[in-house]
Design a protein around this ligand. Structure first.
Ligand SMILES: [Cu+2]
Length: 127
C-alpha cells in the first residue's frame, strides 16, 4: 500500500514538472527567420491548434518578408488565410504556402483565418 502511495506521488510530481516546463511559444523578433540572398527574410508560421505561431512578427519599416505558412490542424477554420491585402488563400494540410508581405512604414498589418477568428500581426519596429 505504501508503495502505491509513493508511486502516485511521483506521478503527480512529474506531471507538475511537465506543466511547469511547457515552453511558451517563442516570440518572434526582427531577426527571426533567415534572410536570403535577395534580402527577403523568410519566416515560418505554423497554423495549428493554437492559431498562428508566431502571431506577432516585428520587422523594420518597409522590410520585405516572405511568410511561410504551414497548416498542421484539420478543420475549415485555418484552411483559409486572409492575407494583409485582403485576399483569401487556401492553406492545404502540411504543405507550406509562401505569402510575400512588406512591413508597413508605421503601425501594423494583420493576417487572419478566413473567419477572422485567429489572426496575427506584422508590426513595424523602428529601432
Ligand atoms: Cu477561423
Amino acid at each position: 500500500m505504501l508503495l502505491v502511495v509513493i508511486a502516485l506521488g511521483l506521478v503527480g510530481c512529474s506531471k507538475d514538472d511537465a506543466k511547469a516546463k511547457k515552453p511558451a511559444p517563442a516570440a518572434a523578433t526582427t531577426s527571426t527567420g533567415t534572410v536570403g540572398s535577395d534580402g527577403v527574410r523568410k519566416i515560418a508560421i505554423e497554423a495549428g491548434k493554437d492559431g498562428y505561431v508566431p502571431d506577432r512578427i516585428p520587422g523594420k519599416p518597409g522590410e520585405k518578408l516572405m511568410l511561410v505558412f504551414t497548416r498542421t490542424v484539420e478543420g475549415e477554420c485555418l484552411a483559409e488565410l486572409k492575407t494583409p491585402d485582403g485576399k483569401l488563400t487556401v492553406l492545404p494540410m502540411n504543405a507550406p504556402v509562401e505569402i510575400a508581405v512588406t512591413v508597413p512604414a508605421d503601425g501594423e498589418v494583420r493576417f487572419a483565418c478566413g473567419m477572422d477568428m485567429f489572426f496575427g500581426t506584422i508590426v513595424a519596429q523602428k529601432s
